[in-house]
Every structure is written in C-alpha cells, then in structure tokens.
Design a protein. Structure first.
Ligand SMILES: Nc1ncnc2c1ncn2[C@@H]1O[C@H](COP(=O)(O)OP(=O)(O)O)[C@@H](O)[C@H]1O
Ligand SMILES: [Mg+2]
Lengths: 308, 463
C-alpha cells in the first residue's frame, strides 16, 4: 500500500468545476499522500491549473469535497460529520480537518497551511528578495507586532520576532543559492532564480502542502536538476507534501511517488510512475495531442527508464 | 538595462544634413493642425450686447497667431534635434550609494530644523506684518497639503488603491471639529482624535463596498463618495447649515490660553506684546507637528508587516492571498488610516479658518492632493513633501509675479493662468519623470546593503 492510500493528507472527492458550459474539471477524485511528491499531469487545457485553483481557494468548486487532515488520518465519519455541520473546519479525534472548498484563499494558506506557486511567476517584483520572503511570514509577524498597534508604539517583542523571520528568510535564500541577491529587487533576478524564489516564498509560510504549478517550465537542464533536489529536500526535511503540475516527463518520472493523469478534466490514470508509464490510456491521451509531442514524451519516458 | 540616450535616431539626418524642406513641411503640418483645432475655440468670442443677446464676435488673429507660434516652435524643435548628439554622454542609471542615502537622511533632519526655525526667522527678518503672508499662505497652506498628501499616500502610493474622493475625509474632519466644538463646546485637543476616528470610520464605511472593485471602477466609486459627502453637507441644512456653512468656530488656543489682547491672553501671560502673528505661528507649529506625526507613523508602518502587506498588495494581490494575507482587512486598514490623517488635517483646517462650508471640499481638492501624491512618486514621503511645495507653493508664487504686468500689460493676472501652467507642468512631468519626483523605491528592510529599486520594477497597483 502506498502513502496516498494509507495516510492521505488531502482527499479530493467528486471535484467538478464548470465555467458556463465548459466543464474544466469533471468528477475528479484523488488523494495526496502526506509523505509523497504527487504529480498532476495531462495535456494543455486538461484542467490541472483549475484543480490547483480549487485546492487553494481561488475558485469555488461547482461540486465536490476537498478534505485536508493536518495532523492524522481523517476518519470518514468525522469528515462526514464536519460536512454536515456546515463549518469550514473542525477538530476531530485525528486532529483538525479543513474543508477547503468552503474556505477563502487567504484562510486556506493561513489556517489549512496550503501554499502555492503560479504558472506565470507572481513575485512582488518591486520589492527586494528579502522583502518577498518577509511578506510570506505576514500573519506570524502581524501577531508579533500586536496587530500593528504595539508595533507602532514600539512595545512588545516585535524586533526579536522580525529578526527570527529574517533569519528564516536568510536560511531559505542560502538553500536556494540567492543569499548574495537578498537586497536586490525580485524583478531583477533571472527567470530560473525567480522560480526558486517563488518556491522559497511559499515555503516561508510553513505549509503542510505545497502546490507547484509547472515549476520546471523554462528551466535549463542544470536548473531542472537543482529543482529536483530542492523538491526532495522540501519533502524530506520540512515534512511538506508536494503536489506539482509538470510537463517535463523526466522530472515527473524522476521525483514523483504518485502520478495523477488528467485529460479533458477527467482522471484517466492514477498510480505510481511505473504504472503510469505503461498505461495505454495515458499514451493515447498524449497521442491525441500532437505527433511530435508524443515522440518527445516517448523518448523522455525511455530515457527516464534507462536512467532509473 | 537599456540606455535610452545613446539610441541612434535613424530617421533623422546626421550632422550637417539638415533637411530644410522636410522641416518646413513638418512644421507647416503642425501649424495646420493647430489652426484646425483652435479655430472653433479661439476664433470666436461670445459677448452680450446691449439687449443681453449673445452675439459671436470673430477674432481671426488668435488662431492665426497660435498657428504661427506652433510653426516656429516646431521648426525650432526640428532644428535643435537635428544637431549632432555625440556630446550627450550616455547616462547610466544611478543608484544612490550609502553615503547619498545618509545625506538624504541628514537632509530631512535639516529640513525639519529649518521648518522649526522658519517662523522665527521670518518674523525677525520681515517683522510681524511682513511675515504673516509667508507663515500663513506659504507655511501653513503648504503643510496642510503635505499632511493630506502623506495621508493619501498610504492609500494610493503604498497600497496602490486609486482614491479620487479623499477630500471627503478632510470634510468629515473639518465638520466634526466644527460641530463638536460649536454644539458641545469641546476643545480642539478632544475634537482632534474624535475627528480622526470619525474620518477613519467613514474610511471603513467607504472601504467595504469598494473592496471588490479595481482600477477605473474604484476610482469612480470613490469619486462619487466624495461628491455624496459634499452634497450631504449642502443639503442636510439642519445639521450643517447648508451652503452658509458653520461659522464662529472656536479659534485655536494655546492649550486653553486664548490668543487675545486681554489680561489672561497668551501675550500677557508670557509677558510679550500682543500681536496677531502669535496665533499664526502657533497654528504653523500645530500643523507642522501633525504633519510630522503623520510622517513618523507612516514611516514606521512601512517597516511593520502591515506596511509591507500594503506594498505587496500594490504589487500583486493574488500572490498576497496565496500567502495567507487577508486582503480585505489590509485594504481597510489603508483606507481607515489614510482617512484618519485626512480627518486630522480637516480639524486643523476648521480651527484655522474658524469657518467651514461645503465649498472648501470640492473635487478639485481631491484632484490636487492626488496630483501631489502622483507627482511625489513611488509612495515616497519626501517626494510627496516636495510635490506639495511645488504645487501649492507654485500657486502662491504666481501671485508674486507682478513684474509680468510690465511685460503683458496692466490687466495681466498670472493667477488666472494657474491651471494652464499646472497643466503644462504636469504634461512636462509625465514626459520627463513619469514615475514622479522620486522615481526609486527604498526597501523597507535590508540584509547587507540598502539599494534603491528602480521605478520600472515597481508596480502602480491595479486600483
Ligand atoms: N476562469 C476561467 N474561466 C473560463 N474558463 C476557464 C477559466 N480557467 C480555466 N478555464 C478553462 O478551463 C480549461 C482548463 O484550463 P487549465 O486548468 O488552465 O488547464 P491546464 O492548466 O491543464 O493547461 C481550459 O479550457 C480553460 O480555458
Ligand atoms: Mg496550467
């Protein structure tokens, strides 16, 4: 049995998202394992980003339940009970359960601790790299500054808390190799560095689940390798589950423990990378796209197979 | 980064090869356009004849003069531009060094010291009568707008929310003081915080419905809000006395000691000769203190999480939400705090004038304050202060230019050309310094070295 079956962090059930007549996500169910790197793949327009937007509260799903159990395995009756109460989140014997479909975006990040990055990088370009990482620690620092009141008056231990926040930011900058750019505006960084900074910024919110929308897009092979190492370290050293959307098959096959394949908003496969690679429906889905892309994908899968 | 100045201008002939025919053609075309545009505006003048009928008087010389002026100007511009440009060295973008930053910091303290000395120096130099104009019309007037600009800077400059109705909070503050002091006899020092709170309250009231709006929509709704407040002040005659306004508002006292010529007046108490300038000097220090308080609080807020969240909101609201920032609350705090400082300024206005009426709170005030903030640039406090000096001081200076009468004739009144000059100034500013006087952003915190951030990376906000 695998982690996503025995110890799911997030359970998505019957998720449907319609935009007018267009069904972007259709009755999708899958789980994200607490100790897994889960990959969500599929051709362009398959609905992957829409799933992310539903998980992180940017869209309100048309239908479906997204239950996140922060501490332990959520018993099905507990989830049912919580759903019945109409509350957004609640305590159960196995820790807090959060029903993400009911929560607004900022609460999902703050309370349920789900962080994300964007397909088109969304850094605060006019702020420095360090400032970007401090904004990510907003809620903790806000509390430390007595919701601004004490901070303005200069009372309380805000200075010490800010120092700790800077130290945390600096340790992340060290990890992603951007320490010497700490005081530069984020918009001045090269593309690959911006991608890593966005991941570090998301990590500064202390997430339990990190959602990455095409983190390897536009990276060169060396940067891609560094990214793999970074994602592994996030999973191993920071106890953060990773859910990522990725087009680069070599990355997917290399680092993921669990792959979910979407096509036209419907799940067509769900399993370990080995199972996915040989799934005829997945190959067909990629076949359905464009001839060159299929060859590319097949070649990549071959290469990944040889490498492993 | 691209260096603009060294860009070769391909279309224009290089040194010596000045094409006179092309220049004449270009200038002629511009003159023709001018003629076409100015014809309906300048060529006729409406006048009332003896029997009060409107008659149209043609004055052809006006559009023709305009066309000739444009022709000459355009021709000169082409001539000037066609000269070789090698002398203009490429200017590298300058980032202020550590010593420059120190100088700027030092300069602002120097500025504060100069402001504190200003009334004394003026009185010493020009006497009580001569200095009144400088302390009142320049000093106090400019400082009111500096304070208003700093207040609005929180909303527009830092949070990137375009507010076209800021004057509403100024009005709320002014009427709060006027009503509280005339009805309940409360003193200025009690009314001041109350006025601030009331304005902040209205800031939140305005904030709630407009939070979902962005850009143009936000601008229109805030504009409407400013008008609604003004119309309420005009029409709620029972409370506000309508157009007539509220007069005989208690004047400023020195913590209870009135500025009068009595035995218990300020002058007697401190063993000085009575002079009306004493009240003006007190008002100057009062608004200076209020403005400096606004500045100190804003600078502090900028380094606190809430200030960083404001700026992050201006940069990217969606990213803010993904980081768990409650954007609704963050916007509301910006609206409320900006409004509060507007309310403080409003109370000061009322205590200074002793009279308030809706006429003081028209849209043009909002526009002026917004222009100061935009002209200042990048949410910079110093930029706003400089812009206020330029805009408000500039208006006052126009009154001083009497020598122009010698040039343009006795009827010429430079004050009448105020708006024209401002318009031209703004256009020039947008061309030369589109991001305002201060076109770099100073980070709120640094690790090793404070570096200024180029304006091209800083967003202006979406609303
Ligand atoms: N806000 C929206 N409004 C309307 N249609 C949308 C919206 N967001 C996504 N879609 C549509 O949903 C489908 C899936 O899009 P998306 O989730 O971005 O695909 P992917 O990320 O897999 O490439 C596309 O057809 C897209 O046009
Ligand atoms: Mg996508």
């Amino acid at each position: 049995m695998s982690s996503w079956q025995t110890d799911p962090l997030l359970v998505v059930e019957h998720l449907t998202m319609r935009f007018g007549g267009l069904v972007a996500v259709n009755n999708l169910s899958f789980s994200v394992g607490r100790t897994d790197i889960t990959a969500l793949i599929g051709p362009n327009g398959a609905g992957k980003t829409t799933v992310f937007n539903c998980v992180t509260g940017f869209y309100k799903p048309t239908e479906g339940r997204l239950a996140l159990a922060r501490q332990g395995i959520a018993a099905a009756p507990d989830v049912e009970h919580l759903t019945g109460t109409g509350a957004r989140h609640g305590k159960s014997n196995s820790g807090n359960i959060y029903l993400l479909e009911r929560m607004p975006g900022h609460e999902i990040a703050d309370k349920a601790r789900v962080a994300r990055t964007f397909q088109n990088i969304r850094l605060f370009t006019g702020m420095t790299v360090l400032e970007n990482l401090l904004v990510a620690q907003h809620n903790a620092l806000m509390k430390a500054s007595g919701y601004t009141v004490l901070g303005v008056l200069g009372i309380g231990g805000y200075k010490a808390k800010e120092k700790a926040a800077v130290a945390k930011a600096i340790s992340w900058l060290d990890k992603i190799g951007l320490l010497d750019r700490a005081d530069d505006p984020a918009g001045d960084l090269p593309y690959g560095d911006q991608r890593r900074l966005e991941i570090a910024r998301a990590m500064c919110t202390d997430p339990i689940l990190l959602c990455l929308d095409e983190p390897a897009a536009g990276l060169n092979p060396r940067e891609s390798l560094e990214l793999n190492a970074l994602l592994r370290s996030i999973r191993n050293d920071h106890n953060t589950a990773v859910l990522l959307i990725e087009h680069d098959m070599s990355v997917v096959m290399e680092i993921s423990d669990h792959v979910v394949v979407l096509d036209y908003g419907t799940k067509i496969a769900d399993g370990t990378p080995q199972e996915i690679r040989n799934d005829p429906r997945v190959i067909a889905a990629y076949l359905g796209v464009e001839d060159e892309e299929v060859e590319e994908v097949e070649a990549e899968i071959d290469m990944a197979e040889k490498a492993s | 980064m691209q260096i603009q100045a060294s860009k070769p201008v391909a279309a224009e002939p290089v040194s010596g090869g000045f094409d006179i025919m092309a220049a004449v053609k270009d200038a002629g075309f511009a003159a023709l356009v001018t003629l076409g545009l100015s014809f309906p505006i300048l060529a006729f003048r409406t006048q009332e004849d003896i029997s009060n009928h409107l008659i149209v008087v043609p004055r052809w010389s006006w559009p023709i003069t305009a066309a000739i002026l444009v022709f000459v100007g355009r021709f000169a511009a082409i001539l000037f531009r066609s000269r070789p440009r090698a002398t203009r060295a490429p200017t590298l973008p300058k980032a202020p060094s550590a010593s420059a930053t120190f100088l700027i910091r030092y300069a602002s303290w120097f500025g504060v010291a100069a402001l504190i000395a200003f009334p004394m120096v003026m009185v010493a130099a020009l006497g009580a009568g001569g200095s009144l104009k400088w302390i009142n019309n320049y000093g106090i007037q400019i400082l009111i707008y500096v304070m208003l600009g700093w207040g609005l800077n929180i909303v527009v400059g830092l949070s990137g929310l375009l507010d076209l109705g800021y004057v509403a909070f100024y009005a709320v503050g002014a009427y709060s003081y006027a009503l509280l002091s005339t009805t309940f006899g409360l003193s200025f020092w009690i009314c001041l915080p109350l006025a601030g709170l009331l304005a902040a309250f209205w800031g939140i009231i305005l904030g709630f419905p407009v939070l979902r709006l962005r850009g143009d929509y936000l601008a229109i709704v805030t504009l409407a809000f400013g008008e609604i407040i003004r119309l309420v002040l005009i029409n709620w005659t029972d409370l506000t006395n309508g157009y007539a306004g509220i007069s005989s508002i208690p004047r400023a006292t020195f913590f209870g000691v009135p500025f009068t010529d009595d035995d218990d007046g300020f002058a007697h108490l401190f063993g000085m000769d009575y002079s009306p300038i004493q009240r003006t000097i007190f008002l100057f220090y009062l608004i200076l203190a209020l403005a400096l308080l606004t500045n100190a609080v804003t600078l502090r807020l900028r380094r606190l999480p809430v200030g960083r969240a404001w700026e992050a909101l201006r940069e990217d609201e969606i990213a803010c939400r993904s980081l768990g920032i409650n954007t609704t609350n963050t916007k509301l705090t910006a609206f409320a705090l900006g409004a509060m400082f507007g309310g403080f300024a409003g109370s000061f206005f009322a205590v200074r004038q002793g009279f308030v009426s809706p006429e003081s709170f028209t849209f043009i005030e909002s526009a002026t304050i917004l222009a100061i903030v935009v002209l200042g640039g990048m949410g910079s406090q110093i930029g706003v202060a400089l812009a206020a000096v330029l805009m408000i001081g500039g208006t006052e200076i126009l009154r001083e230019l009497d020598f122009l009468k010698a040039v343009f004739g006795r009827d010429f009144d430079p004050v009448q050309y105020r708006m024209l000059i401002f318009g031209a100034g703004m256009v020039l500013m947008m061309i030369l310094k589109p991001r305002g006087i201060i076109s770099t952003r100073t980070p709120s915190i640094f690790y090793k070295e404070q570096k200024a951030i180029s304006g091209s990376l800083v967003k202006e906000g979406h609303g």
